[in-house]
Design a protein around this ligand. Structure first.
Ligand code: DC
Length: 222
C-alpha cells in the first residue's frame, strides 16, 4: 500500500481542548498508529533549553529538529536514548514549544519526520496543522475545541492529579497567550482546515468526543 493510500485521521485544535486524549482513544479503538506532533515541538524546545540554544535562533533550532534522536515507545518518548516523557510536559518546555513552532525552518525540518508516521493500517495525527499542512489529503479532519474557561479548568484538574496546585486565572491567561501565538503566527497558524468538522467539547465527555470522531471516520470510510 502506498503511503497516500493509508488512511489518516487529522485531529487539530488548541491547547487543553482534549484532542490528545481523544486522538489516543481513537487510535486505540481502530488499532491505528498515533502521531503526537506537539511532542516533536516540545522535544526541540527541550533540546534547545538543554543545549543553551536561544529560542529565536531559527537556523540553530532547525538543526536541532533535523538531528533529534527520538524514539516513541508505547506511551513514552526517549530523547538521545533517555526517557523524556515527563520533561517535555514541563511548563517551561510548553512555553518553549510554542516559541520554536513559529519558525518556518523548524516546521520544515519536522515535516518528513511527521509524514513517516503514515504506516498501515492507519494513522491518527494530533496537532495544530495536521489537516492543513502535514496531511492535507487526510480523509477525516476534525478540529477539536472548547471554551478557554473549560480548557483552563481541565488543565487545573490534570495538574491537581499530579499534585500541582495551579491558579485558574493564571492558567486562563497562559492558555489565551498560547492560543494567540499559535493562531497568529505566519506559517501554519492554528485554524480548522476548510474540510474539517469542528467539534466543540465544552459540554462533552471524552467518551462522547471520541465517539463523534469514530462516527465521522466510519462515515468517510463507508
Ligand atoms: O499539542 P501540544 O500542546 O503538545 O503542542 C505544543 C506546542 O507545539 C504548541 O504550543 C504549538 C506547537 N505545535 C505546532 O505548532 N504544530 C503542531 N502540529 C503541534 C504543536
Amino acid at each position: 500500500m502506498g503511503a497516500s493510500a493509508v488512511p489518516v485521521i487529522a485531529i487539530d485544535g488548541p491547547a487543553a481542548s482534549g484532542k490528545g486524549t481523544v486522538a489516543a482513544r481513537v487510535a486505540r479503538a481502530l488499532g491505528f498508529h498515533l502521531l503526537d506532533s506537539g511532542a516533536l515541538y516540545r522535544l526541540v524546545a527541550l533540546q534547545a533549553i538543554r543545549r543553551g540554544v536561544p529560542l529565536d535562533d531559527a537556523e540553530a533550532l532547525a538543526g536541532l529538529a533535523r538531528d533529534l534522536d527520538v524514539c516513541f515507545v508505547a506511551q513514552r518518548v526517549e530523547l538521545d536514548g533517555a526517557d523524556a516523557t515527563m520533561a517535555i510536559r514541563d511548563e517551561a518546555v510548553s512555553e518553549g514549544a510554542s516559541r520554536v513552532a513559529v519558525h518556518p525552518a523548524v516546521r520544515a525540518a519536522l515535516l518528513e519526520r511527521q509524514r513517516a508516521f503514515r504506516q498501515p493500517p492507519g494513522l491518527v495525527a494530533d496537532g495544530r496543522d495536521m489537516g492543513t499542512v502535514v496531511f492535507p489529503d487526510a480523509g477525516t479532519k476534525v478540529f477539536v475545541t472548547a471554551t478557554p474557561e473549560a480548557r483552563a479548568s481541565r488543565r487545573q484538574v490534570q495538574l491537581a492529579g499530579r499534585g500541582v496546585h495551579a491558579d485558574l486565572r493564571a492558567l486562563l491567561d497562559e492558555i489565551r497567550a498560547r492560543d494567540e501565538r499559535d493562531a497568529g503566527r505566519a506559517v501554519a497558524p492554528l485554524r480548522p482546515a476548510g474540510d474539517a468538522i469542528v467539534l466543540d467539547t465544552t459540554a462533552l465527555t471524552i467518551e462522547q468526543a471520541t465517539a463523534c470522531v469514530l462516527d465521522r471516520y466510519a462515515q468517510r470510510a463507508g
